[in-house]
Design a binder for this molecule. Structure first.
Ligand code: SF4
Length: 469
């Protein structure tokens, strides 16, 4: 932070043959790693660790290895690496599947189990011991009257480096370093809770999310920020979905100010900085520089780079699922984001299932969504509390059976409610399997079993007990 406050804001744009070459070249252009790391420093490297999928959902390991080795060469006494994964997933589960702990040890780094999941399988933890470890691992930090729990290993490190794999993002168009910084706090504290009458109509979800991301970012600004866009998951991204596409740009952007690095990255990726709420808000709060004319840009000429990246679908009905109609009412960013991922997950993991389930399925989302195509025949999925409450009196909730003598009213059994504000994706998958039956969704069942193998119920409980899930 001292460096950012006293040094000019510098951003390097580098282009090369490999990510490793780019990183070394970029650091050199910025003055060498010793400008950032001193002898004896404890370094924390924040990287992307979302799911046990590897690169490019997570950060490229070639890049991680290169930066760890550079820090060690500069004299760092300890290099920790970490991030909080996707909700319900532990760091230990990802580490076990990808062999991360051993791998980082082999390059002289250390995986930080920020969620304490390395303790989850140990026996003999009474509440006293648990409290001691929790107190030892986390600090409470107050920002703008909000309390965040932050791992002490991050707060106590002398230097903080952010290595962000750039992919497209359904809410913010691109996953840049400001957005990535949000996962230095546990999932529980990342969640946006519904409050106020106009939560949906004002898109309060997104406003609160932006405000929280900025507050968390302000807790510990990185000394060195790397946006790795050598490869980018475009189109459906940011995870590996059926319609995601890996595109090679050969470019990396790095510097000493996250806001500036994100602003330069946005510019070369054709994103209007004036429309980026996150970057503008961070600049407004004095957390960095977004004015390109004031940033010292070195390396490639920014005017010569014009990357055309296919962004995520702006509307949910652009995600085409066989035998599914998507009916959208007024919705906020919370349901949009969750439904975006659920629909892409279904498209990716249910290709064959979707082909053979009954032809009429309607997915209703948001406040006051349009009616299903065929009220009496459709399977109807109501996604989110707004869709559930606003359709309470709709005709399709009831099936009328007429006979000569009387008329009978029955609750429509072809109706599935996916509650939540917004709903949880893993819970939605379980409810979909119950509704259609495992026999009709063998592919989704296989996916669900795979997820369950690394998110077993007892571990989900532990995440809650340890207050990180
Ligand atoms: S249910 Fe969905 S659309 Fe409605 S307020 Fe909550 S997140 Fe927004």
């Amino acid at each position: 932070m001292d460096l950012i406050d006293s040094e000019p804001v510098e951003v390097a744009i580098v282009k090369g043959e490999t990510p490793k070459e780019n990183l070394l070249n970029g650091i050199e252009k910025l003055g060498g790693i010793s400008k950032y790391i001193n002898n004896g420093d404890q370094v924390f490297i924040k990287f992307n660790l979302t799911l046990p999928c590897g690169f490019p959902t997570n950060t490229n390991f070639d890049v991680i290895e290169t930066i760890v080795k550079a820090c060690k060469k500069a004299g760092a006494k300890k290099v920790y690496l970490g991030s909080f994964p996707f909700k319900g997933v532990t760091i230990k589960a990802i580490s076990d599947i990808l062999g991360l702990k051993k791998y980082f040890e082999s390059v002289e780094g250390e995986l930080a189990f920020l969620d304490n999941s390395n303790y989850f399988y140990m026996k003999g933890f009474d509440s006293k011991k648990l409290k001691v470890i929790k107190n030892r691992s986390f600090s409470k930090v107050e920002v703008n009257n909000k309390t965040f729990i932050v791992p002490k290993v991050i707060l106590d490190s002398d230097k903080f480096i952010s290595v962000n794999q750039v992919n497209v993002d359904p809410l913010f168009k691109l996953r840049l370093s400001l957005l990535s910084s949000y996962s230095i706090i546990p999932n529980r504290f990342q969640e946006i809770l519904k409050k106020g009458e106009n939560f949906q109509s004002n898109d309060q979800y997104k406003q609160d999310l932006i405000s929280n991301i900025i507050d968390v970012f302000s807790i510990k600004k990185p000394n060195l920020v790397i946006n790795d866009l050598f490869y980018v998951l475009e189109n459906a991204g940011p995870f590996i979905y059926k319609d995601s596409n890996l595109t090679k740009t050969g470019i990396m952007v790095l510097g000493n100010d996250a806001v500036a690095v994100d602003a330069v990255t946005s510019k070369i990726m054709n994103l209007d900085i004036k429309k980026s709420d996150l970057i503008l808000k961070a600049e407004e709060k004095g957390l960095g520089l977004a004015d390109l004319s004031k940033i010292k840009i070195i390396g490639e000429n920014i005017k010569n780079i014009d990357l055309i990246i296919k962004k995520c679908a702006k509307k949910l009905d652009e995600i085409k699922l066989q035998n599914f109609s998507i009916k959208t009412g007024n919705l906020c960013s919370g349901c949009f984001k969750q439904a975006y991922h659920l629909l892409n997950l279904m498209k990716t993991n249910m290709t064959k299932d979707l082909k053979y389930i009954t032809p009429n399925n309607s997915f209703l989302i948001g406040d006051d969504p349009p009616d299903p195509n065929n009220i009496s025949k459709d399977n109807i999925i109501l996604f989110g509390d707004c869709a559930i409450s606003s359709t309470r009196k709709k005709k399709f909730k009831v099936i009328i059976k007429e006979s000569k003598k009387k008329r009978k009213y029955k609750a429509n059994k072809k109706l599935l409610k996916l509650s939540g504000c917004p709903p949880d994706i893993f819970k939605c998958i379980k409810l979909l399997l119950n509704f259609y039956g495992k026999r009709d969704l063998p592919m989704l069942n296989l996916y669900s079993e795979t997820v369950a193998s690394y998110t077993p119920e007892k571990i989900t409980k532990k995440l809650r007990i340890w207050e990180v899930g």
